[in-house]
Design a protein around this ligand. Structure first.
Ligand code: PLP
Length: 366
């Protein structure tokens, strides 16, 4: 439970951005939520304050040893004018797994979702309405102790900021090509790949730039030990349909467990689609692409939901998938998940949660 969140409202609300030009993560709402951790008091003093720069000591441990974890989820405007979150408790559980891996203090159950609902309540007029748009929510936790000794910090800051974001795909799903990264690896078993921690992304930027240079939208990461098995695509999990069977790499300790991945697996099982999580070698996949049995491939993540893959570039050769067309299953998964998120498809799975706590709705006269 989150106790008494102090709310300090801004006296100068910002002008809202053009809803047709939101892009991703460029604009931020009027408020942010902050909460402190100290060894003596634990997590304390949750407060919603006007969005503003943070002041940190230059010796704050996050700048030196990288204790920083984050989450990403969205609030969606529903057809009836309400707002809902998608599986926020799974983000909360993953945040705790990330915190534990990075020697950082965990949050009590319910705290993250309640903090998000409180903040969305204050800035609910920032949730955009057009199809495909949403309010992206970015909780993060950083080490704040001013100290250069190498050990875990004794103090931390939790912050939540929110950004209205545009449609990932304008005018329908668009397959993209991906580049199999031959040199760099994203993560290694025993490392931090299963945690949503900042350094994993810094280490991936070089390969991402190389992919762009090769005309590909994303990197397809291979495992670090054998450079043989596929792990993820960019910062998305990845699925393949071969001969009517759907596969995704099995969680092996270096793969980030996506919330979208979990929802896709539940749908496949509910739809009686044959599904297996197992190691998938790049050799097996390009062979299937070459002989036409690789029917569909797609990435899954909060930003795009489903991102169809049009071709795999490996060893200087492009292996097209499904003639570069969006697959039937990719489209059905996309329509179902986005439909549930927007309240257009009945949520028989219990995946959605109100984005605003009830008292806040009353206060705002909703
Ligand atoms: C966040 C993330 C994902 C996708 O997770 P979702 O919860 O589905 O958004 C996949 N891989 C990596 C590396 C990520 O950071």
């Amino acid at each position: 439970m989150l106790s008494n969140v102090r709310i300090e409202r801004t006296e100068s609300p910002k002008t809202k951005p053009n809803p047709e030009k939101l892009g991703f993560g460029q604009y931020f709402t009027d408020h942010m939520l902050l909460m402190d951790y100290s060894a003596e008091q634990g997590w304390h003093d949750p407060r919603i304050v006007p969005y503003a720069p943070l002041t940190l000591d230059p010796a704050a441990m996050v700048f030196h040893y990288g204790q920083a974890v984050f989450e990403g989820l969205k609030a969606y405007r529903t057809a009836e004018g309400g707002a809902q979150l998608f599986l926020p408790e799974r983000n909360a559980k993953r945040l705790n797994r990330s915190l534990e891996r990075m020697s950082m203090p965990k949050l009590e159950p319910g705290v993250l979702t309640e903090a998000i609902q409180a903040l969305v309540g204050v800035d609910q007029d920032w949730i955009p309405e057009a199809e495909g748009t949403s309010l992206y929510i970015r909780p993060f936790i950083i080490a704040t102790e001013a100290m250069l000794g190498v050990r875990a910090s004794s103090s931390y800051l939790l912050a939540i900021v929110m950004s209205p974001v545009g449609a990932y795909f304008d005018g329908g799903l668009k397959p993209v090509d991906i580049l199999v990264e031959p040199h760099d690896v994203r993560a290694v078993r025993g490392g931090t790949g299963a945690a949503k921690t900042a350094a994993n992304y810094a280490g991936g930027l070089k390969a991402q730039a190389a992919a762009k240079e090769a005309g590909c939208a994303q990197v397809l990461w291979l495992d670090a030990l054998e450079r043989k098995y596929v792990e993820e695509v960019g910062s998305m999990n990845v699925f393949f349909r071969i001969d009517g069977q759907v596969y995704t790499p099995v969680l092996n300790g270096s793969i980030l467990e996506g919330v979208t991945r979990g929802a896709v697996i539940e749908l496949l099982e509910d739809w009686d689609v044959m599904f297996t999580a197992r190691p998938l070698s790049i050799q097996e996949l390009v062979q299937a692409a070459a002989n036409g049995t690789l029917e569909e491939a797609f990435g899954t993540g909060t930003a795009a939901v489903i991102s169809p893959i049009g071709g795999i570039r490996w060893n200087g050769q492009l292996y097209p998938i499904n003639g570069g067309q969006v697959g039937e299953l990719s489209q059905k998964l996309y329509d179902t998940i986005t439909g549930i998120q927007r309240g257009m498809v009945r949520d028989v799975y219990g995946w959605t949660v109100p984005a605003v706590a009830e008292q806040e709705e009353l206060r705002a006269g909703v």
